[in-house]
Every structure is written in structure tokens, then in C-alpha cells.
Ligand binder design. Sequence first.
Ligand code: FPP
Length: 241
Amino acid sequence: MNDIILDMDNMPKHLAIIMDGNGRWAKKQGKIRTFGHKFGVDTVKNIIKEVNALGIKYLTLYAFSTENWKRPKDEVNTLMNLVIEYLKKENDYLMAENVRMDFIGDITKLPKKTYENVKYTRELTRNNTGLNVNIALNYGGRDEIVMACKEIAKLVNADEIDIEDITEDSFSTKIYTNESPNVDLLIRTGGDIRISNFLLWQIAYSEFYFTDVLWPDFDRNELHKAIYSFQHKERRFGGLV
Ligand code: FPP
């Protein structure tokens, strides 16, 4: 399927991606897992470019979960260093293309150098008004919900709000993605059909697209297939059409 025609007026506003399969991609070529992560970064760059070209306004990428610390130390270090390398190289592109890059998750627990680069890019791109990219680093959906509950509990304790004031909308202002709308389309590469603690609150009415394609092989055409599938679904949000 090479000539996919997309409806430019019906793009998802917020696209989220679970980038899975780097390790298996490397193994298939007889290489170590980190080799796959390096190529995974190239895919990140290409997909951000294409999402920007399609005029999608919000993109959230799952780069490192709260559970990923359980991986071998070498792999964790490689991933943290790849983030630094990526940010250093991409800052110019982000500025030239007016892309705002933010980071979701508990970034204060990242290694110092990674944390500093993350903060730098966030500050640098803060006032950009084009595509918004959220990179999830040390992110967990449950962790995010607990964090938001604590924030709200503090406000109740301080008598700043009443329990009755807690609503879905007010809760949404306390989560990491409080500046992004709900997710319209969630893509997961790598063949597994699960959510892995990603954006649990934000995907309540998302459409899902699962593909066997491994992340380093996920290209413009694969992205178009996912969006095409989204554009041919009937979204009812619990109502009737
Ligand atoms: C999943 O593949 C991938 C990850 C846990 C890391 C994703 C990170 C990148 C693509 C690179 C760094 C990101 C940025 C934004 C610079 P896996 O290792 O679980 O693969 P497997 O399921 O085949 O083992």
C-alpha cells in the first residue's frame, strides 16, 4: 500500500506512540540490543518530521517507562546517553521548525546530565507554537495518576478547593499532559497488544493501532497506514451516531 490518500482535514489532534521492538530488530541482525535503540532514534527524528508535515498538533512518544530501570545497567545508560545526543543534535531543528518539546514523567529522577539536557530543550522551545512533542521519560500512567491525586489532596488540605470541586476536567489540569488534549490515536509497534502503563487517563476514548512492524522499521508509509485506519473508524465517544 504505497499510495495512501489521507484526509488532511481529519488528522488526529493528538497522536501517541509506544515505540517497541528495537531489541528484536537488533537481534534479527545478530547485533546487541542497543544497536536497535540507535536506529530507533533515527525513526524518532523521521516520524517527528512527518507528523509536523502532516500538521498534527500533538505527538507523545514513550521513550522510557518507570519500569525500564529494571533493564541491564548498560542498556539504561545507552538510552539515557542517546537522549542527550538526540537533544543536542535536534535543538536547531526544533527551533527552525517552531516545535515545542516537553517531557512527561518524573524527570527529576533521570541521571543529572540527561535531566540538564531535557530542561535545556524544554526551556529553549517553550515559546514555540507549532507541533508539540511530549517525550515520556521515567513515565508511568499509574504514577502520573497518583501524582495528580497528591496535588489535589494538597489543595484540599490547604482549603484551597472543596472535594466537590474535583471533576474530570480539574483532574486533567494536574496530569503531566495538562497542556495537550486527550489522545485520538495510539499506535504501538512491535507486535504486542498491550498498553504498558502508558497514558492511562488520556486514552479513555482513543482509537488504537497495533502493528507487527518493529520501531526501527516504522516509516512514513507505516505512519500513513495507521492514520488511514484512524480516519476510517467511526468515533462515537460512548454515544450513538
Ligand atoms: C522499546 O523497544 C523501546 C524502548 C524501551 C526505548 C525507546 C527509545 C528510543 C526509540 C530511543 C530514545 C528516544 C529518544 C526520544 C531519543 P524494546 O527495547 O523493548 O524492544 P524489544 O521489545 O524488541 O525488546
